[in-house]
Design a protein around this ligand. Structure first.
Ligand SMILES: Nc1ncnc2c1ncn2[C@@H]1O[C@H](COP(=O)(O)OP(=O)(O)OP(=O)(O)O)[C@@H](O)[C@H]1O
Ligand SMILES: [Mg+2]
Length: 507
């Protein structure tokens, strides 16, 4: 395989003075799948944005097939066959799939849009790459896995030969990840070259030919994926030893902190939740597992007072129905929502404003904010959760993983009695995952109840004291002996192949 592309001596200093890349270099061989690994804030997204023309380097050169090129805009990069699927998607929810795919490169016949041609071409690409997307569906209605396919289609329609994906699997279930990998392999076999940014060590080994490792804005060189172990990769990223597993003492569950009795939530076809009953106790981590779209999301929405339901939902002793989100929080519930960009943060505000947003009214004295004390508290939280950023930094300038850490810091610092954690470590690097896991376990040991939704099997097995598996809006299994359950068995429950008989949850 010859060298296709080479980035040399890339330095990037953002307007606010942050040095995101420092003399970084990167090389790609034609037809390979190449991973980029590194801690949150290491400069991975920045380096790839420079490659696809979305950011301009402060210094450095790029060569494509041996010739110097300048990626002065994403358009230029597109014309050179380079396309990127960003960490946070950029689709227009109100438009159908095919118009999103062709946005900016619409096909026309004369002056009018040639809808039929665009629909047909979208359909043909879906078939070729085995993507189950309906060209006419509205993007806003699609689950995240399919939205990602639309982003990939956008890149393919523009005829990209080098496709860069920024943490594509962070938002996918294990099954969707498998499917994506199949598609990426088809693309590779069709002579595309793929770059994938990921925090998941297993994926680097399973999917990729080579791995470029970044640390603090610098590149540590590329290694063959088959030559390094997961432990070695993480040590190269961090520059020291790393613990991948956290220790967990035996559990002593206490009083009930959340409870559902015969809860039903209607859907357009079958109910989204169909007679669900369970309890979660203080001092335990209860994991709600399942393939996305099987009801876990609705359970979270019921518990946090976001949707209506039939039956009874109690949080910290109080029926949720009719209560504001604020009131439920005041009872002692913290919530790490699934989507940090829309629900978890205010993108227009600073880190400090985001951190105090949940409780600033409790911190006013005669109408005045205790501002100095709160600033000090925010500073402490950022430090404690290893966030790379200052309190006055706009949150939109943080790397994806650091943004997630801000949300987790805010929620876990509230002295909660119940934590609802929905994908708490999505997009977070291995060191910070271990750190967040330790925090969750410490809270549990201190008697807090934790309800966890996670699509990450590693996370489920390292944290859960008990697992409830959802399938088609019902409970397919309740696993009390997590240590003696295999991933395969859990997978069978999740896919509805097996079902476990269970006693109705304690009345
Ligand atoms: N638009 C921006 N303006 C200012 N600083 C930025 C901007 N984008 C990123 N940074 C900073 O540059 C550094 C590198 O960020 P980058 O997004 O490249 O990291 P990353 O390796 O992709 O991290 P993650 O794994 O968390 O996504 C971080 O310190 C980040 O705060
Ligand atoms: Mg990133």
């Amino acid at each position: 395989m010859g060298e296709l592309l080479c980035m040399k001596g890339i330095t990037k200093r953002y307007g606010n003075g942050v040095l995101a890349n420092e003399h970084a270099s990167f090389s790609l061989r034609e037809g390979e799948i190449h991973a980029i690994a590194g801690e949150n804030g290491a400069g991975k997204s920045t380096l790839m944005k420079i490659l696809c023309g979305a950011q301009q380097p402060t210094e450095g050169t790029i060569e494509l097939r041996g010739k110097p090129v300048r990626m002065t805009s994403p358009k230029v990069a597109t014309s050179l066959g380079i396309g990127m699927v960003y960490q946070h998607f950029m689709l227009v929810d109100e438009l159908p799939v095919y118009l999103n795919v062709f946005l900016g490169v619409e096909k026309r016949r004369g002056l009018v849009l040639d809808k039929q041609a665009m629909i047909a071409q979208t359909r043909a690409l879906c078939e070729k790459y085995d993507m189950p997307v309906d060209p006419l569906a509205l993007c806003g209605d699609l689950p995240v896995g399919l939205r990602q396919k639309v982003e990939i289609l956008k890149v393919l329609v523009r005829d990209a030969k080098i496709i860069i994906l920024d943490e594509p699997t962070a938002v996918l279930t294990p099954q969707e990840t498998e499917q994506l990998f199949k598609q990426l392999r088809i693309l590779r076999d069709a002579r595309h070259t793929i770059v994938i940014i990921t925090h998941k060590l297993r994926e680097m080994k399973e999917l990729c030919d080579r791995i470029t490792i970044m640390r603090h804005g610098k590149t540590m060189g590329a290694v063959n994926a088959c030559d390094v172990s997961e432990q070695e990769i993480s040590e190269l990223m961090v520059g020291g030893s790393v613990r991948l597993k956290v220790a967990k003492a035996d559990v002593t569950p206490g009083e009930i902190v959340a409870e559902m009795k015969a809860v039903t939530v209607p859907g357009s076809g079958r109910p989204r939740l169909d007679g669900i009953s369970f309890i979660a106790r203080a001092g335990e981590i209860l994991c709600l597992a399942g393939v996305e779209g099987n009801g876990q999301q609705q359970v979270i929405e019921c518990l946090t007072g976001q949707i209506d339901y039939r039956g009874s939902v109690k949080v910290l002793g109080k029926e949720v129905r009719g209560q504001s989100v604020r009131k439920i929080r005041d009872l002692g519930m913290a919530h790490i929502p699934e989507d940090r960009m829309t629900m978890g943060t205010n993108q227009r505000a600073s880190l400090h404003e985001n951190l105090i947003s949940v409780d600033f009214d409790r911190n006013t004295v005669a109408g005045f904010l205790k501002s100095r004390a709160l600033k000090a508290r925010s500073e402490k939280q950022l430090k404690a959760f290893l966030v790379k950023g200052e309190i006055q930094t706009p949150i939109s300038m943080l790397s994806g993983g650091n943004m997630q850490k801000v949300v987790v810091a805010r929620e876990l610092s509230q002295h909660p009695r119940l934590v609802i954690a929905n994908q708490p470590t999505r997009g977070v690097d291995v060191g910070a995952i271990a750190f967040i896991h330790e925090k969750l376990i410490a809270l549990r040991d201190a008697g807090c109840g934790i309800v966890l939704v996670s699509a990450d099997m590693n996370e489920v097995f390292s944290l859960a004291d008990r697992i409830i598996v959802f399938h088609e809006g019902r409970i397919a299994a309740e696993i009390n002996d997590v240590a003696n359950t295999t991933e395969q068995q859990l997978g069978r429950y999740m896919l509805g192949i097996d079902q476990m008989k269970r006693e109705e949850a304690a009345q």
